[in-house]
Design a protein around this ligand. Structure first.
Ligand SMILES: *Cc1c(COP(=O)(O)O)cnc(C)c1O
Length: 452
């Protein structure tokens, strides 16, 4: 689609005047002339000025098989010829049933509660477990109401999800509005000051499980990688260690795979890599291949059955969203799972992951690169003011953002997390496309390193 000069001016003017962008300082945005995306194909996005960009963050971590994948497009069109949406409140809907069966088969978790964003699915997990304890504990005067979460955790932006969020600049100011959560040290090897990052973190969890004992509702964790904090990759064994301890102390474990799910870390789900089976699994982002808002919280039979009873007992979960289990979104999700199988998406990942590592490796020598880290196709490059001391850039310098702007000039869309440059390409990217993305990132960091 071609936009006239006048149309482009109008869109830009209204965008900066009327649209309030998420996680964006609008004062800076107004000056920045950010691209306005009009179309996409594969890993490319095109803006209204006709410029094309590689989508290096998968449209915020959700696109999996590229934009306008013929099979997902077709599945949505086919579903549109049937019905776009009908409610799950007391009624069934065909694609939501088929999708539930597929997810249950793949995860071993037998009961699926749908929602429409990652945050909403996290809320569901938190609320269901709160009610679960009330339903299953003998009459107690003080119901369990405390959650354990990790520093640097991100679980979404609604109040419950923020309550278990451990990123200071996102979450701290809202603390007075939130419910009580105890935060545990998260294993961040690059910035760990002790001796044994893994051992000390697990010991701290065990201490908390012991101390809080029967006040706890659940432990919530992003398995393998804490995404929003800056792609913090946990040491091997941490996830399995958390599972062992929570099981030993009888506290349910919620694994939030909103970011890591659907192939991002190299396996369909991150939990597979340490052979972990949580009590609750939260999915979102990539579930529809990045097409439509859908999320899900998956539960064990034991949790589900605690909610069964006669109507008048009011054991049921009184919670729902208007678009829960939307038919178009479920149809897209089913098509995405088909593509995983038909196009052998996971089988093709090891070569791509190796290529990205190889292309980013030269950055280790750059004077402002502290660490290049990642798992699968989730990569973070932590920029530092001083390599030797690992002194961070001050936030107002916006080091990550500077790299983003340079990358944009060179045809790559990325979005930083503070001082961490993030690369999270669609799994469908070819090795050649990945090499181009990495080349642009290398060049852009080089430019910023040479700035005064
Ligand atoms: C993005 C994200 C969420 C929130 O998902 P939304 O769809 O943005 O609400 C929750 N948990 C993790 C780990 C995420 O990365």
């Amino acid at each position: 689609m071609i936009f006239s000069e006048q149309q482009r001016r109008r869109l830009r003017e209204i965008d900066t005047r009327t649209v309030w962008h998420p996680f964006t300082q609008m004062q800076a945005y107004r000056e920045e002339k950010a691209p306005i995306i009009a179309s996409g194909k594969g890993v490319m996005l095109t803006d209204i000025d006709g410029r094309t960009y590689l989508d290096g963050v998968s449209s915020l971590w959700c696109n999996v098989h590229g934009h306008r994948h013929p099979k997902i497009d077709e599945a949505i069109r086919r579903q549109l010829d049937q019905v776009a949406h009908s409610t799950l409140l007391g009624l069934g809907s065909v694609p939501s049933i088929d999708l539930a069966e597929r997810l249950a088969e793949r995860t071993g978790l037998s009961h699926i509660f749908y929602a429409d964003s990652g945050a909403a699915a996290v809320e569901i997990a938190l609320k269901i477990l709160y009610q679960y304890h009330r339903l299953t504990s003998a009459k107690v005067s003080k119901p369990r109401r405390k959650y354990l979460a990790f520093h640097n955790a991100y679980h979404g932006d609604t109040i419950g999800a923020v309550s278990v969020g451990g990123i200071e600049i996102f979450h701290e100011q809202f603390r007075p509005l939130l419910f009580e959560t105890r935060f545990l040290p998260s294993p961040y090897p690059f910035r760990w000051e002790g001796e044994d990052c893994l051992g000390e973190c697990l010991a701290a969890l065990e201490r908390a499980l012991e101390e809080e004992g029967d006040e706890l509702v659940a432990v919530i964790l992003e398995p393998l990688v804490q995404g929003a904090a800056g792609m913090i990759v946990h040491p091997e064994g941490f996830l399995a260690g958390v599972r062992d301890l929570t099981r030993r102390y009888g506290i349910p474990l919620i694994c939030d795979e909103v970011a890591t799910g659907f192939g991002r870390t190299g396996t369909l789900f991150a939990i597979e890599q340490e052979d972990v089976s949580p009590d609750v699994l939260v999915l979102g982002k990539g579930i529809t291949g990045g097409y439509l808002p859908l999320s899900a919280a998956l539960f064990t039979t034991e949790i589900y059955e605690a909610f069964l009873g006669e109507y008048a007992e009011f054991r049921h979960f009184l919670h729902g969203h208007t678009y829960t289990g939307n038919a178009l979104a479920c149809a897209a999700a089913l098509a995405s799972l088909d593509i995983f199988e038909e196009e052998k998406v996971l089988e093709k990942l090891p070569g791509k992951i190796a290529r990205v590592r190889e292309e980013l490796a030269p950055l280790e020598d750059n004077p402002i690169v502290g660490e290049v880290r990642g798992r699968g196709l989730m990569m973070g490059i932590e920029l530092v003011r001083e390599k030797r001391t690992r002194e961070p850039f001050p936030p107002e310098y916006r080091a990550g953002h500077r790299v983003t702007l340079e990358a944009r000039k060179r045809g790559l869309i990325i979005r930083p997390l503070g001082n961490v440059v993030v690369l999270m390409p669609p799994l469908s990217s070819t090795e050649e496309e990945l090499a181009r993305m990495c080349g642009i990132i290398r060049e852009s960091i080089e430019v910023v390193a040479n700035e005064p």
